[in-house]
Design a binder for this molecule. Structure first.
Ligand code: HEC
Length: 236
């Protein structure tokens, strides 16, 4: 605390109030008088402030610095983290990976269902018998109903897009998508399924007629009770 007050007192030394005290002369004749008045007003103000702002008399400074302490401590204690926070900058609009639909753009910034990356032998793959999606995966959800910072899960709202990104060694080679479109397919939870693959980094993603519909929901039906989604929301 004394450190902060000292900083405040030293800081207040510099900006004296002569501009606020002295008045601008009305015309040329008054200019000299005005300048004299300004100088003397500044001097009076500086003398009045001296014991308080410049630490000339510690005891008389106490009541004044007490009243200004709340304003003074806030910037002193909070400004270092605010200055170093990298998220303050607005992020540029992301583009979709080559070959992927636009609604997947920036998926890796969406809320994630899984807390840790899902291994090939996950609990859910053991449940269905084999790893249909191969590799290490993350499941991201863009849901219009999700409040910021809240976990997503349960029954998903129309408009929700679920992206499962899979691959090895940090290179994503598989993107499986579930889109909730109201009324599109009530028998299968109103989900549209489609999957895109590529052989490696730098390649475009492609899909074909087999990577959609029955291929997908035949297995996802096992997760019908959790709105056809296998990955349980991570507890936060
Ligand atoms: C043999 C079963 C099986 C098939 C077939 C299958 N999936 Fe999956 N899918 C899973 C499992 C299990 C998970 C959970 C993640 C994990 O543990 O790998 C999953 C996860 C997903 C997810 C993330 C949401 C979730 O359910 O956790 C999406 C999106 C997805 N699959 C889309 C598809 C698409 C699109 C197809 C068809 C091309 C498909 N899946 C075919 C078993 C399957």
């Amino acid at each position: 605390m004394p450190g902060a007050e000292d900083t405040l007192k030293r800081g207040r030394c510099r900006p004296g109030p002569p501009g606020g005290v002295a008045r601008r002369p009305r015309d040329g004749q008054d200019r000299a008088v005005g300048a004299r008045r300004r100088r003397s007003a500044a001097l009076v103000a500086a003398l009045a402030l001296a014991p308080v702002g410049c630490g000339g008399d510690e005891t008389s400074a106490v009541p004044v610095s007490t009243t200004t302490t709340p304003r003074a401590t806030a910037p002193v204690t909070t400004s270092p983290p605010a200055r170093t926070a990298p998220r303050a900058r607005p992020a540029p609009a992301p583009a979709a990976l080559p070959g992927l639909p636009r609604d997947t753009a920036g998926f890796d910034r969406w809320p994630r269902l899984n807390a840790a990356p899902i291994p090939p032998d996950s609990e859910q793959t053991r449940r269905v018998g084999f790893d249909a999606h191969r590799g290490v995966k993350n499941v991201y959800v863009d849901s219009p109903a999700a409040a910021p910072g809240q976990p997503v899960g349960g029954v998903f709202a129309p408009g929700t897009v679920v992206v499962k990104a899979g691959g090895d060694d940090g290179v994503i080679t598989l993107i499986a998508i579930m889109r909730k479109v109201a009324g599109s397919d009530p028998e299968h939870g109103d989900w549209e399924f489609v999957e895109y693959i590529r052989s490696g980094a730098g390649e475009d993603f492609t899909t074909d007629a087999r990577l959609t519909g029955p291929t997908c929901w035949s297995c996802h039906a096992i997760a019908r009770e959790t709105d056809w989604v296998f990955t349980p929301p991570a507890s936060r």
